[in-house]
Design a protein around this ligand. Structure first.
Ligand code: ARG
Length: 581
């Protein structure tokens, strides 16, 4: 039920009747609404070929369609554009069809696919900080949208648990507690069940060990060795490492739950270790990989200078790219993934280029579409990657707390403490999520909580406020959005009402764009337009005091449709609407 598609079909038929190329019949929303609601520019490119003036062609097309009752007005303007305005009754009918449809007129895919989404990507022992926020926000929105479309989605957090930082941690713990059995190669007993360190200790140990290794090549070498031994399966190291992973996962699950974000799979880089030997062997056997200076690499340069993907380092350790490649193999073999979407910082574009090319060369995922959604950086007001006032990175939990302190309640009366907390929490999440998702994901943006938490402008709180306002309007009139009593929307009685109806036709298109391009900002922009048009409508169109019963009922139904749409769109963005705020 994309209105533009419906209009385009009508125009294509007219084009065909005139033996004109129907592909040119595209109808879209008008860039100049004062001239018409929609436009078709198909006459323009035909002029040369037909040796006719574009306006003549436009008028021929108009003659074919103008008697259709769905149009109020179809006019050709110089040099050859066609402006289209719909009949108000048709528009109202369209609204009623949306209202009666459980999906509000939104399409479902005809070819559901198995889609795996790789987002989050946190690392063991490193607390989530502000730099980790974009991936889960964008990824979560995409998993919601894909599921809504009918695809079978599995999201995987893909924990960073197999790199050199694991060896660094092992060596650091050895320094702290050299007598622990994990370091005794002759130990054959069972290892302690209790972890030797808490998650908070881990988060201090990690930066300390990383500084030590960066400053001292000797220490780094030890860490590399420990990593290689861990990967080869040294018992004590595995047991110690398992503690790191367990305490980290417990903490991460809490952090993501605070964002109301959930993953189907909690796998990590380490999970594919068992696949790696065979994969490397196959790549060597079929000539895709080769040895180079003691390492094993896959050359991936096509007509550029892309550096090779390193599969195995000279010390036998595998790399970030190796586990990613093997994970593709696993996702194809065990999960029959037809599409894998990686939501990862665009600074990793080269990495994904290498991995995807290697996968293609090695024939690992011949029928699987591999997509990297590379998002931009979150910057401070100085245009550099966001830092706290003290120059550190802001923890994710601090970020949410900061958003909460900025969330204020509009109405306090009759709300319990729990209710207030719940509202504050919802507003804070809406603030952060909407601010992030409303950017074109590839762009960097300036993280400015003061701006994002305003109740005016294109912000999460403004949208929540608008939706809550509709809830309250309906509640006062004793209607709810889910109520069975449904009135008919009748033709608009003023411009604001008409504009709102027209805006509401655009939901399926906004959703389609988000789905096709993995771009959440279309939904954000749409939700914002709906809220703006609704608030204009409401200020010009009384409801409670409206005397004409048909008009009143129609406006109630329009409120219901608007609210239903906002609920759906915000849900797809991962944003919950409180009852009051
Ligand atoms: N752990 C990685 C990092 O911190 C991100 C993982 C992204 N996903 C992936 N399949 N490579 O950079």
């Amino acid at each position: 039920m994309i209105l533009e598609d419906y209009l385009t079909t009508l125009f294509s038929q007219a084009f065909e009747k005139l033996s004109l190329e129907p592909k040119l019949a595209k109808v879209q929303m008008s860039a100049r609404p004062e001239l018409g609601q929609f436009q078709c520019n198909g006459a323009m490119p035909l002029a040369k070929q037909l040796k006719k003036s574009p306006i003549q062609i436009a008028n021929d097309i108009i003659n074919q369609v103008k008697d259709n009752l769905i149009f109020k007005d179809v006019t050709g303007v110089m040099p050859g554009f066609i402006n289209i305005t719909l009949n108000d009754n048709f528009l109202a009918d369209w609204m009623n069809q949306m209202l009666a449809n459980s999906r509000l007129g939104c399409p479902k895919t005809e070819t559901p696919q198995k889609v795996m989404m790789d987002f989050g990507g946190p690392n063991v022992a490193k607390p989530l900080h502000i730099g980790h926020i974009r991936s889960p926000l964008i990824g979560d929105c995409l998993q919601r949208v894909y599921r809504f479309y009918g695809d079978e989605v599995l999201s995987d957090v893909h924990l960073g648990d197999w790199g050199t930082q694991m060896g660094m941690l092992i060596e650091e713990i050895r320094k702290m507690y050299p007598d622990l059995p994990y370091f005794d190669e002759n130990f054959t007993g069972t290892y302690p069940i209790e972890p030797p360190v808490t998650v908070d200790e881990l988060s201090e140990i990690y930066p300390r060990s990383s500084v030590r290794c960066k400053e001292n090549e000797n220490e780094m070498e030890k860490a590399r060795l420990a990593t290689a031994e861990l990967q080869k399966g040294r018992r004590g190291y595995r047991a110690l490492w398992q503690h790191f992973v367990n305490v980290s996962i417990a903490e991460l699950k809490k952090d993501y739950a605070d964002l109301d974000i959930y993953f189907d799979l909690w796998k990590g880089e380490s999970d594919v270790q068992a696949l790696i030997d065979d994969m490397v062997k196959n790549c060597l056997d079929n000539g895709v990989a080769k040895e180079s200076q003691g390492a094993i690499i896959i050359p991936v340069a096509e007509d550029d200078k892309t550096p090779p993907l390193i599969l195995v380092k000279s010390d036998g350790a595998v790399m970030y790219g190796t586990t990613d490649l093997a994970t593709i193999l696993e996702r194809v073999q065990d999960y029959q993934a037809q599409k894998i979407i990686y939501v990862v910082d665009k600074r990793q574009s080269l990495h994904f280029k290498q991995v995807f090319t290697a996968a293609k060369k090695a024939g690992i995922a011949p029928n699987t579409e591999l997509i990297h959604i590379g998002f931009g950086t979150l910057n401070g007001k100085d245009g550099k990657p966001f830092k706290t006032r003290s120059g550190g990175v802001m923890r994710l939990s601090t970020l949410i707390d900061e958003a909460k302190t900025r969330a204020s309640l509009r109405e306090q009366e009759g709300l319990s403490r729990n209710e207030k907390e719940d509202i504050i929490n919802k507003v804070a999440l809406a603030t952060v999520k909407f601010a992030d998702l409303s950017n074109v994901y590839t762009s960097d943006y300036i993280f400015d909580l003061d701006k994002f938490s305003q109740y005016e402008g294109k912000t999460g709180p403004y949208l929540l406020y608008s939706a809550v306002r509709i809830k309250s309007i309906l509640r006062k009139l004793n209607y709810s959005v889910s109520g069975t009593l449904q009135y008919k929307i009748s033709k608009a009685t003023n411009d604001a009402e008409r504009n709102l109806q027209l805006t509401l036709t655009q939901l399926p298109l906004a959703l389609q764009r988000t789905y096709d391009k993995c771009e959440p900002h279309h939904l954000c922009e749409y939700a914002y337009q709906v809220a703006v048009q609704f608030n204009k409508f409401y200020s010009e169109s009384p409801i409670a005091t409206e005397e004409n019963e048909t008009t009143q009922k129609s406006r109630i139904a329009l409120c219901q449709l608007t609210l239903k749409q906002l609920i759906l769109v915000l849900e797809l963005l991962g944003i919950e609407i409180p009852e009051r705020m």
